[in-house]
Structures are given as structure tokens and as C-alpha cells.
Design a protein around this ligand. Sequence first.
Ligand code: PHE
Length: 355
Amino acid sequence: MSDIKKIKDEFLHKLSEDLNIENVNQIKSELFGKSGKISNFFKNLGSLPPEERKKFASDLNFVKDELQEKINKKIQEIEIREINSKLENEKVDVTLPERDIVRGKIHPVSQVIDEISSIFSEIGFSVEEGPDVENEHYNFTALNTPDNHPARDMHDTFYLDDKKELLLRTHTSPVQVRTMLKDKPPFKIIAPGRTYRSDSDQTHAPMFHQVEGLHIDKNINMGHLKGCLNYFIKSFFEVDKIKMRFRPSHFPFTEPSAEVDIGYELKDGKIVIGEGDKWLEILGCGMVHPNVLKNVKINSDKYQGYAFGIGIDRLAMLKYGINDLRAFFETDYRWLNHFGFDPLDVPSNYRGLSR
Ligand code: PHE
């Protein structure tokens, strides 16, 4: 018994000192670990004469419980001390001014691309993409625009090498070619993206945006094209009736080709879409030229269809009353704050973009 008492006194004393959690764990294993002091006593119980065993075992259990309890208390003490010191050090100063939340706005062009994509997706078009840096073949030749074709001059192309093989795409039409080479007909796609031409004034920027449309299947005709564009323009401008006219035009990759104007009038200096006797050109379109289909190995006796290319920036300007195209690309935060769109999940404490 005196051995157990000695151990008990020794460890109770140790446990009354200033300890951290590692020290306590150390003590715990010295006492109750595999070859801990108390554990050893338990192991040796069997070798005691039966008359001593019972008493010794009961004393040993008492000591064990006492030490165990002391250890638990100590651990609790240490934990409370740690929490208190954390609270002390991490005090929040509620008198500090709040930090401003700086939140971006969605650019009108991105907003309009989303709107266009969702309108066309409702009538079965999927979205394709192509690279901004395009090769001459996809941008012109495969689209039935041979080397000496005057349409090449119309496009004021930015070439990227002396051989004029690489260029910044002048329209989204090369995505037609890429899509048709990749898969088998039918095709029903739109392809929004950036396009480039060496041009700059109030209504032209060297970089602008188009959305290409392509629908190829058996028995597709110009009536489908008209119906599709009519549906799109009405949905986009959120009007029930639209005045629309197809003007004969020329593109090397469509035959026949047309440019589409929509009717508008000016009311108190504002453009009202769908009424009046003024006309505004918004897109080029036509039935895909058999040569284009031949270039992508599609039998034009079996399959045909329409294509269109819409100027996205112009649609955005019309719908949201923006009169200078160049402002789109000047990254002026005041402009974006005014014409931009809020993301859906605006927090309740949002107070606008602060700069
Ligand atoms: N790619 C033409 C342009 O940029 C528009 C267009 C697309 C015309 C598809 C017809 C068919 O002007």
C-alpha cells in the first residue's frame, strides 16, 4: 500500500503544478499507459496471496479514480484557460467602421450574350465557340471567299503574319465551318464571340461582338429563317409586334443573302422598337451557299439551311439606350456602374461600387 500511496502523492503533487496539455498527457501515460505505474500494479494483482489481493485491489481502484479525476479536472482547467486567453486576444472592436464591400457589375455585352443564348436555347439552338485568332482558310476560303474576292477588302482584316495566314477573325462565321467539320448534320447552333476589324468611330470599334446562327437540316428554307429571326427579335426587345424587313444583299457564303432591318421611331428623343417608319439594320443572313456545304463535305442536295450574323453591341445599345459604342470598351467604372447589371445574389448590405 505504501508504494501506491507514494505514487499517488508524487503524481497529485505533479498535477498541482502549472502544466500544459502535453504535460498532462505525459503524466497520463506514465500512470495508465501500457507499462504505466498504475497499470503495472493491476497486472501484478494475480501474483498476490488471495487474502491480500482483495484489499489491495480496492485501494488501488481508489487511487486510480482519484488520479483520474485529478487529471480530468486539470485538462478542463487548461481548456478553460486557453479559451479565455483566446477571447482576450481576439476581442472585436465594435467601434471600428465597417469595411466597404466592392462588388462588380455585369457588362451590358455579357448580359446581352446571356439573354441571346437563353432565347435561342428555347427553340433548340446550342452554343458553340471558336478562337479569336483564326486562320485565313476558316475565316474566308472555306466560306466561299476566294483570294481575290472583293469581300476580303470590305473586312479590313488585322493580319498577324506576313503570309496573311493568321488573322483576328473578322466575323463569327468561321465557327460555322468548324462546327460542320466536327460533326454530322443536322446542326442548330449559335456562336457568340469577339470579332475584329480595323475600324473606329461612334458606331464602330476595332473589337466588337457578333452572334452567328446556323441551322442545317433536310428541307430548311427561308421561311424558317424569317420565323426564327422574328421570334428572336420579339423576345429580345420584349415586344408583341415587330416591323422587320429583308433587304437583298450579298455575302459570299449565303445565296440568296439579305440584310435585316427593324422598324423604329423616336419618341421624346428615345428609340422605340417595332413602331414607326424608320429602319435600322441589325443583321446579315441568308441560305448557306452550296459551296460552303461542299467545303465541309455535306451533300447540298440532301441538306440545306440558313445562317445569320447579328451585331451584339448594337443590340445592347438599342435595348439599353447606350449611344456611344466606344464606351463599352473603355473600362470606366462610373459607366459600368450606371449601365451594368447586378449579379443575382446581391447581399442586403451592398451599397454599390465604391471607388
Ligand atoms: N458574317 C457576316 C458579317 O459579318 C454576317 C453573316 C453571317 C451573313 C451569316 C450571312 C450569314 O457581316
